[in-house]
Write a protein that binds this ligand. Structure first.
Ligand code: RFL
Ligand code: PHB
Length: 390
């Protein structure tokens, strides 16, 4: 098989790139090691920046997002039994975020891809990018007992943190930066109305908590838990009890409980790999970087990578210019590092660190108290939360 752009990974970054390329008349093939249902079974992000919403519209895949996404003009931070409102729109000249699940983004893009008739190979084993340091890169994979080959002009690794693309780069060509946090997030999804109409990020001596949602009838809640914890240790009742303990009474009393249909623990990590281009192989999304979810940036960063990369491919094919492709890694990394900083800052400010001494705890408390009390600091928070310009 031959194509112009071979994409590894059918998550939001691979699907968004594929759809934009297809609309621009650029042939592309997508390969994933698992299948559609498995991918749609993963519960992940839920907050979209305005830039990502606009990209979904550019991809002509925003009908459901525009109909069912919930625009949010702000959120609350709970501290010491009180709520402090962060007026995103007021602090940023009217910018806002939209609540719409990653699962739905992925499904909408998959449906468009199917309707486009673009080639997607699911359940492909041992996917491997080859010869990307040379003029004629290709991908190999195994399926149905046979080995297959896709020749391409370019390969894009959208295959997430554990994917094959970054691993195929010789270690000496790659610099990595990493911070692993000493806790995880236990997440619960339930078909109950959200406690409030906006998100609540809770700081508490017992640990961080977050009240989020997917719709007006589906809630997503998180609790900070030790890395040694296991999801089997948490009955639904224990989760609801602990959540209420960590939140002010006005939020706790408004929580509607019900049976969960998803519960899982995710570790928190910051990670960046530099550069994001190796000859004819590009990395995008989680394949190149991870942020802890506290700033709601993971999915949105995947979208901004695709913004820069798609512009590069369009210029390459339509205008015979490689200037944007050449600038991809540097442009993307400049925005990524700012989101890394913001996500790290939100995480350290809002979580409880067991290894903190008394001084460290007071400093983290003062950081949050200052942020809540200063219009300048709240503006900086809001400007990052709604998303820095592309
Ligand atoms: P994805 O979504 O991980 O998609 C990668 C795709 O590549 C496939 N793949 C392979 N295909 C072929 N060969 C291989 N060797 C392959 N290895 C992997 C996978 O099957 C998959 O289909 O990456 P993408 O597209 O870059 O999108 C990034 C986002 O998914 C990610 O940033 C966010 O979901 C991060 N994240 C969260 N972000 C938020 O902003 N808010 C959240 O609440 C939030 N929760 C989460 C998260 C990530 C999690 N992970 C990675 C475990 C919760 C979890 C549990
Ligand atoms: C979510 O709804 O899953 C969510 C929302 C905000 C975050 C992280 C996760 O910061």
């Amino acid at each position: 098989m031959r194509t112009q752009v071979a994409i590894i990974g059918s998550g939001p970054s691979g699907l968004l790139l594929g759809r934009l390329l297809t609309l621009a008349g650029i042939d592309n093939v997508l390969v994933d090691r698992v299948g559609r249902d498995y991918i749609l079974g993963r519960v992940r992000a839920g907050v979209l920046e305005q830039g990502m919403v606009e990209m979904m519209r550019e991809a002509q895949a925003a009908e459901s997002l525009d109909a069912h996404g919930l625009p949010h003009d702000g959120f609350d931070i709970a501290l010491n039994g009180a709520l402090h409102h962060i007026d995103l729109a007021g602090l940023t000249g009217g910018r806002r975020v939209t609540i719409y699940g990653q699962t739905e983004v992925t499904r909408d893009l998959m449906d468009k891809r199917e309707a486009d008739g673009a080639t997607t190979i699911y359940d492909a084993a041992h996917v491997s990018p080859r010869d990307f340091g040379r003029a004629h890169p290709w991908i190999s994979y195994e399926k149905d007992g046979a080995t297959h080959r896709i020749d391409a002009d370019f390969i894009v690794g959208c295959d997430g943190f554990h994917g094959a693309s970054r691993k195929a780069v010789p270690p000496k060509s790659l610099q990595t930066f990493e911070r692993v946090y000493p806790f995880g997030w236990l997440g619960l999804l339930a078909d109950v109305p959200p406690a409030r109409h906006e998100l609540v990020y809770g700081k508490h001596a017992r640990g961080f908590s977050l009240c989020s949602m997917r719709s007006t009838t589906r809630s997503r809640y998180y609790l900070q838990v030790p890395l040694t914890d296991h999801v089997e240790n948490w009955s639904d009742a224990a989760f609801w009890d602990e959540l209420r303990r960590r939140l002010p009474a006005e939020v706790g009393d408004a929580i509607v409980t019900g049976p969960s249909f998803e519960k899982s623990i995710a570790p928190l990590r910051s990670f960046v790999a530099e550069p994001m281009r190796f000859g004819r192989l590009f990395l995008a999304g989680d394949a190149a970087h991870i942020v802890p979810p506290t700033g709601a940036k993971g999915l949105n960063l995947a979208a901004s990578d695709i913004r820069y990369l798609f512009d590069g491919f369009r210029e390459h094919y339509a205008e015979k210019s490689d200037a944007s492709l050449a600038a991809y890694s540097e442009r993307a990394l400049s925005r990524i590092w700012k989101a890394e900083r913001f996500s790290w800052w939100m995480t350290t400010m809002l979580h409880t660190f067991a290894e903190d001494d008394a001084f460290g705890r007071r400093i983290h408390d003062a950081e949050l108290a200052y942020t809540l009390s200063s219009t300048a600091a709240r503006t900086a928070l809001a400007e990052n939360y709604v998303g820095l310009p592309y």
